[in-house]
Design a protein around this ligand. Structure first.
Ligand code: ADP
Ligand code: ZN
Length: 610
């Protein structure tokens, strides 16, 4: 008798219910309709195509951009008893042939391949002869030149697939949200009136926070020291920063590794594997790291510098907590980050691209300065308007950051914008100029001359904020922009009024701004290795068992069981196989393979601790 998708979900993957969107996508694929699934990282895209592949007769092809990604997925599937295999460029021809032979004999149900393979004639012949019924395109945005990860090899997918005699169903998946890329995927992959499903972009288990510590490295150390065994990623904007941060952490006893484009391939690979296999706990990297990394137990992503856009930020931060267990996403903002980001953009060639980049940077700066809900801010950016209320859980909603009243300061800054324009026939000025006027003195000779020749030293706001540093004025101006009281020209950064400016000046409403700390403060930890009440000691004991099994099986620990599954074991403390099977993430195959080891570890821990 055939199992239903829900039964397969329990039997093979060990989960009791579908997540949002999964069941619909599975049903559409099984009915033979092309599908485009747009879900954020960690939402559970894999199950959407793995279940139809398991249920289909014959072989499903999964096109995936990276070898590491394929290896991970194949490992995970085999752990669950699914016959999966990968063909990649690192294999010799003998291995490729024998894998193909197995597929032809019906002994493989999922075959992962890199799109580059499709170029080979022999390989295309093979595909025609096997009767492929389903083709899955993972990271489908790689087909679009408008996305950020364009891969020319993806363009070969549509011609090859549409020439197959079996006319397979095509299911494409991505986490990229923008409508242009979405349309382009449908066009480039030639999806035939596809079923398009977008789940929300919210990731409930992620905790968002922006901090401006006076000393970033001290903040980081304090954070990492608190949970030295928890894997996390620290993103830096330049190679140089990666080197210095990684060096400092390592010198102070943290198991940190580095990753950036300037390293030898071999070192990059080794460091990546050390991180994936939990041998190193902190991965210090540029944005070159992360695509295709499936590691589900990343407990925090700290941005040591502000990234260039919210798109990048959310993608990188989203690598935390894929297992659904609470994880931290903390951005350490420093004023210098704005200059660095602007510099990186200014090096670009194409004016159009640069303009877009400056606009996106503005949105990112706004995120760092807003006093509103950080989660809402991100979701709004992706076009999810939703409720006006905050999430109640991010750094801003929980007000873990102190605030101060800047009503008077805001009035002065707005007045200065107004007076300067009034004096000079409506001209607008950037922050540096306005800050000179407000402070009544110049930090640059060129600006001093400009101020005098324009007569700006005669406006009534000249020197009314002498006691502030240029940095403080910049923070406040950025806050006013983020909150919509001022508008910054995308390219030149000159400030002008919005429709909120006059009403604010007239009203008596108070304005509270996040305090930019000049001293290091205790980070607001929310890392929860134990997902609630479960005993931490037991979690550590189970992690050890998992570690031993992973070493023996030569797979990453989270492929054996996720952190979420381990926490659930701690909470329920199952005493027999049936109870263990009811834990999310424990399917039939894993119960058979590892059940006894975990049950005995749990029993032992209970005996010793009760
Ligand atoms: P994505 O590819 O969308 O980033 P994954 O497919 O890697 O996400 O899934 C993320 C995690 O969620 C994995 O650990 C996966 O096993 C788990 N997962 C997927 N579907 C379910 C479900 N229905 N119930 C519980 N966990 C699930
Ligand atoms: Zn919030």
């Amino acid at each position: 008798m055939m199992n239903t998708p829900l039964e397969i979900l329990k039997l093979v993957f060990g989960y009791g219910s579908f997540r949002r969107g999964q069941e619909e996508i599975i049903n559409e694929i099984m009915s033979g309709r092309d599908v485009l699934g747009i879900m954020p990282t960690g939402a559970g895209k894999s199950v959407c195509y793995q279940i139809p592949s398991i249920m289909a007769s014959g072989v499903s092809i999964v096109l995936s951009p990276l070898i590491s990604l394929m290896k991970d997925q194949v490992d995970a599937l085999r752990q669950n008893g699914v016959q999966a295999a990968a063909i990649n460029s690192s294999m010799d021809w003998e291995d490729v042939l024998s894998t193909l032979r197995l597929a032809k004999q019906g002994k493989i149900s999922m075959l992962y391949i890199a799109p580059e393979r499709l170029g080979g004639e022999g390989f295309r012949d093979f595909l025609s002869s096997v009767g492929i019924s389903l083709v899955i395109v993972d990271e489908a945005h790689c087909v679009s030149q408008w996305g950020h990860d364009f891969r020319p090899s993806y363009l070969a997918i549509a011609p090859v697939v549409s020439a197959l005699p079996s006319c397979p169903t095509v299911a494409a998946f991505t986490a990229t949200a923008t409508p242009e890329v979405r349309e382009d995927i449908i066009k480039q992959l030639r999806l035939r009136s596809p079923f398009v499903l977008t789940t929300g972009f919210d990731r409930e288990n992620l905790f968002f926070q922006v901090e401006s510590p006076a000393d970033k490295i001290e903040y980081l150390m304090e954070y990492v020291r608190k949970f030295p065994d928890m894997p996390g990623i620290i993103y830096c904007s330049t190679r140089k920063t990666v080197e210095s941060v990684c060096g400092t952490l390592a010198a102070r006893g943290v198991k940190a590794v580095r990753y950036h484009a300037g390293l030898e391939d071999s070192e990059r690979l080794k460091n990546q594997e050390d991180f994936i296999y939990d041998r190193a706990t902190a991965m210090v990297a540029t944005n070159a790291f992360g695509m295709g990394i499936d590691k589900s137990n990343v407990r925090y992503v700290i941005h040591y510098n502000m990234p260039g856009s919210i798109d990048n930020y959310y993608q990188e931060a989203g690598r935390a907590g894929r297992d659904g267990v609470p994880a931290d996403c903390i951005l350490l903002f420093g004023r210098q980050d704005i200059a660095t980001a602007r510099f990186l953009i200014s090096k670009g060639e194409d004016e159009g691209t640069k303009k877009t980049a400056y606009r996106k940077l503005r949105d990112m700066i706004d995120y760092c300065h807003t006093g509103g809900c950080l989660r809402r801010h991100i979701l709004n950016y992706f076009g999810e308007t939703g409720g006006a209320d905050g999430c109640g859980e991010c750094g801003n909603c929980r007000s873990v950051t102190e605030r101060r009243d800047i009503t008077v300061e805001a009035q002065k800054i707005l007045s200065c914008v107004y007076r300067a324009a009034e004096k000079t026939g409506g001209k607008t000025y950037g922050m540096a100029m306005l800050s000179d006027i407000l402070r009544g003195r110049s930090t640059s000779g060129v600006r001093r001359e400009q101020i005098i020749s324009l007569g700006l030293d005669a406006v009534s706001t000249w020197g009314i904020m002498k006691e502030y540093t240029p940095g403080e004025l910049m923070d406040m101006s950025n806050f006013l922009i983020a909150e919509g009281y001022l508008k910054a020209d995308t390219e030149f950064g000159t400030l002008s009024f919005t429709d909120r400016s006059f009403p604010f000046l007239k009203s008596k409403s108070r304005l509270l701004m996040r305090r930019h700390e000049e001293r290091t403060r205790k980070p607001a930890f929310k890392i929860n290795s134990k997902d609630g009440k479960a005993p931490f000691g037991m979690f550590e004991a189970l992690r050890k068992v998992r570690r031993e099994i992973a070493d023996a099986e030569k797979v990453p620990p989270y492929v054996v069981f996720s952190d979420k599954t381990l926490s659930a074991m701690c909470e329920a403390a199952p005493s027999d196989e049936d109870e263990l099977l009811s834990i999310p993430g424990v399917g039939g195959t894993k119960l058979e393979k590892y059940g006894a080891q975990f049950l005995s570890a749990i029993r032992k821990w209970m005996e010793n601790n009760n």
